[in-house]
Ligand binder design. Structure first.
Ligand code: SR1
Ligand code: MG
Length: 405
């Protein structure tokens, strides 16, 4: 019998099964279980454990001492606590779109959660060019509630500060500070630039001093603006989806940061799906239908987000000064400006930096891939440099269609 109470070690499938049998109050004592490691993210181990008799199943997620993508990233397994805690908070605010968690173990740095095997990772589904008309509605409910209700606008300020403390997440923040805000903007060894895209990156990104200055301002805003308890990594690989439902997973990068960070990540990753549709769908009618769906979704994400934040703002008790005339407009415009900037940063870093997205890397025709990458980077520059001009869904969509003509 393995002693799971003594000290932390990373589990293999057999040990995860034994863990589920002996440590989780979930399966019957004599249940016959099977276990498979199904994680395909950059950081953690994800075990799916199934009761072979009634097919009831659960997910066990364990944090390892280094990232899976590269052991250069030594990240404390305590991120598992952060993830389990924030899933509980998000579940309180948005039970519809958050998976249910069951049990967190601070020794083994793992927690159990609802199995979502009947859902697909959204990035995968979008690469198969599936469409999800309700997604914009779901994700904007998720973002409006989690971002506004954890902010100083509506929270008791001492309680908010206690949350800031609980969610200090230095190691995961450092990954974003490096991979999102710093490395893509100079010739860093860790970058991996597609050779046909390199001349554009060298001239239009690394030598553009105006752009570099803006990324510096944005990096310091990311590190200092404790506005909302953000998910911190809200790309389409952190979303489980099926036709009429959405679940947001993987919030281990959570900390108090700019609210627009989450919205910007959603927008950028929809643009990657759009670029993939343009490059990979040969039939023009099918391509048009899919790409139009993405544009509609981008527009709805921005406009519904604004509407829902305003609704919540109006129906929730607030700090006295937040009720002053003009403050809401100032506040939401700030979030949208950050949304634009972060969308630009995410578009850049997934093309130039270490952590790529399959929407782009799966484009097998080299010319088409380089074209898609340069189009994404062109949009990115505008999103960063002209960030105060992107305030409506249409502003974002127009920029995408101008570049992808
Ligand atoms: C070292 S981790 C690389 C990337 O994977 C995560 O999902 C985050 O996006 C991070 O930047
Ligand atoms: Mg992740």
């Amino acid at each position: 019998m393995t002693d799971f109470k003594k000290s932390y070690f990373t589990m293999n499938e057999e040990q995860a099964k034994e863990y589920a049998q002996t440590q989780l109050n979930y399966f019957k004592e004599d249940a016959e279980l099977s276990c498979k490691e199904i994680g395909d993210g950059n950081l953690n181990y994800v075990f799916r454990i199934v009761d072979e008799e009634n097919k009831d199943s659960i997910i066990l997620k364990q944090a390892g001492p280094v990232a899976r993508i590269s052991d250069e990233f030594k990240v404390s397994p305590d991120r598992n606590r952060i993830e389990s805690d924030i899933l509980t908070i998000q579940y309180n605010y948005v039970p519809e779109y958050t998976p249910k968690t069951y049990q967190y173990d601070p020794i083994m740095n793992c927690f159990a959660m609802e199995d979502l095997s009947d859902y697909t990772i959204m990035r995968q589904a979008l690469m198969e060019h599936q469409t999800f008309p309700e997604f914009a509605d779901h994700i904007t409910t998720f973002m409006a509630r989690t971002l506004l209700l954890t902010s100083d606008v509506v929270m008791n300020h001492k309680e908010k500060k206690a949350l800031v403390k609980n969610f200090i997440n230095p190691e995961l923040c450092e990954i974003s500070e490096d991979l999102v805000y710093t490395e893509p903007f100079y010739q860093c060894d860790r970058n991996e630039v597609f050779p046909k895209t390199l001349p554009f990156v060298e001239k239009e990104i690394w030598q553009d001093e105006k752009l570099l200055l803006e990324t510096a301002k944005l990096k310091f805003a990311f590190m200092t603006n404790a506005q909302s308890l953000i998910h911190g990594d809200l790309h389409t690989g952190s979303i489980f989806i099926k036709k009429n439902d959405t679940k947001v997973i993987d919030p281990e990068f959570a900390f108090y940061g700019p609210a627009g960070y989450d919205v910007g990540n959603v927008i950028a990753n929809l643009i990657f799906a759009y670029a993939n549709g343009k490059a990979m769908i040969a039939d023009i009618a099918t391509q048009d239908a899919f790409c139009q769906y993405i544009l509609t979704t981008i527009e709805q994400v921005i406009d519904l987000f604004k509407t829902k934040v305003e609704q919540l703002w109006n129906e929730t008790e607030k700090d006295r000064v937040a009720t002053y005339k003009g403050f809401f407009t100032y506040y939401i415009n700030g979030i949208l400006k950050d949304t634009s900037a972060v969308a630009g940063l995410e578009l850049s870093r997934r093309i130039i930096g270490l952590a790529k997205v399959a929407d782009i890397t799966s484009i097998d025709d080299e010319e088409k891939r380089a074209q898609a990458e340069i189009q994404c980077l062109t949009i990115a520059k505008q999103f960063i440099l002209q960030r105060e001009t992107f305030q409506t869904g249409k502003d974002f969509v127009d920029q995408v269609t101008r570049v992808f003509r």
